[in-house]
Design a binder for this molecule. Structure first.
Ligand code: UT7
Length: 328
């Protein structure tokens, strides 16, 4: 509510801090080849994708367990407890069960029985969708703080006899704590989410989907082609929408699906390699978890600094795609 005598200020959704969790078991390309007798090589996988290894959840580890670990770390890093949180949003392609939502399991794991929790399913773009939903809930005044998590146990839906897909995916979780604060400048100098763009196009439903055995199946070349085009156009749209110039972008934190797709987006932004966060080599494509994992890696290492502009982009099954610009 605008107060008399006070300039109207817009609410900004700021990132307090983040957390990450990767299951203990890290499996190299060579180990996967040996275990499943695959006709492939470490050299091929790394050259074509940038992937060296992926983490695989233990038999008793569920998506909600990974999500809870990441959320717990994010809360701790933000100096908050679960009492301070109004909503839990989990972006996932691999929920524990068809119902209820994985987010309510995370809610109870965190000891929260107030507020609300729900899942967002937009596959690899899930984290961009989830922070956009949270941003709008915060701006509408419905909540003040949310924990937004991307979490996956993709190893459960990978056919380890299919060399065209089995090297690509991994398990993990990343989380952020979002908080609404009054903007100071009401323009791009403000901290927080400066803008986001979401897209989907169901004409491509069949290009990347689970098959009759509930394993991931895709036309990799077709996905690759669209990823290059869509990542480029959504970045243009986001710059246009926010009024940010390419030269203002400090970091690109892209979805980690293929190093060649990441490099293409970086080239488009004219960003030098050292300004692009790449974590694909050690955790492969973790779908909705890949952006928060990469983000958290760069925040923890001290690379991303407060006040810098971070651009995130993603594309996945659906197709869905999107991007967000944040002043960290
Ligand atoms: O998050 C969004 C979801 N996914 C993506 O973004 C993935 C997008 N697509 C890709 O990343 C790439 O298309 C792949 C990594 C999946 C494949 O790379 P590619 O360079 O497009 O390879 P390709 O499918 O064109 O295959 C080239 C050759 C084929 O052999 P022939 O037909 O040329 O004789 C494949 O059979 O490489 C062969 N091949 C392999 N060889 C050794 C495919 N997989 C393998 C493998 N090891 N693992």
């Amino acid at each position: 509510m605008m107060k008399l005598g006070k300039k109207s200020q817009m609410i900004r959704t700021t990132f307090l801090n983040c957390g990450a969790y990767l299951p203990e078991n890290a499996v190299t390309n060579a180990a996967l080849i040996a275990k499943h007798g695959l006709d492939s090589s470490d050299e091929w996988v790394e050259r074509r994708t940038g992937i060296k290894q992926r983490h695989i959840a233990g038999d008793n580890e569920k998506t909600s367990d990974l999500a809870t670990r990441a959320a717990g770390e994010a809360l701790q890093a933000s100096g908050l407890t679960i009492k301070d949180i109004d909503a839990v949003i989990v972006a996932t392609t691999t929920p524990d069960l068809d119902l209820p939502a994985t987010a309510v399991k995370v809610q109870v794991n965190l000891g929260m029985n107030h507020g609300f929790a729900f899942d967002v399913h937009a596959v690899c773009s899930g984290f961009i969708y989830a922070i956009t939903v949270a941003d709008n809930l915060i701006k509408a005044g419905q909540i003040k703080r949310a924990v937004v998590i991307g979490a996956e146990t993709l190893s459960r839906i990978v056919d380890f006899t299919d060399r065209s897909t089995c090297f690509l995916f991994g398990d993990g979780a990343g989380a952020v704590i979002l908080e609404g604060k009054e903007g100071v400048h009401n323009d791009n100098r403000d901290q927080g989410i400066l803008g986001s763009i979401l897209h989907s196009d169901g004409r491509y439903y069949d290009v990347l989907k689970t098959n009759e055995k509930r394993f991931i199946a895709m036309d990799g070349k077709e996905v690759f082609r669209h990823a290059i085009v869509n990542m480029s156009s959504v970045i243009d749209e986001l710059l246009e929408k926010t009024g940010l110039a390419e030269s203002e972008i400090d970091w690109l934190v892209p979805h980690q699906a293929n190093e060649r797709i990441i490099d293409n987006a970086a080239k488009k932004l004219k960003l030098p390699e050292e300004r692009v966060v790449k974590t694909i080599s050690f955790h492969a494509n973790t779908s909705a978890a890949s952006i928060p994992l990469a983000l958290c890696h760069a925040v923890k290492s001290g690379e991303i600094q407060r006040g810098q502009i971070v651009l995130m982009d993603a594309m996945g099954a659906g197709f869905t795609w999107g991007a967000a610009a944040v002043r960290w």
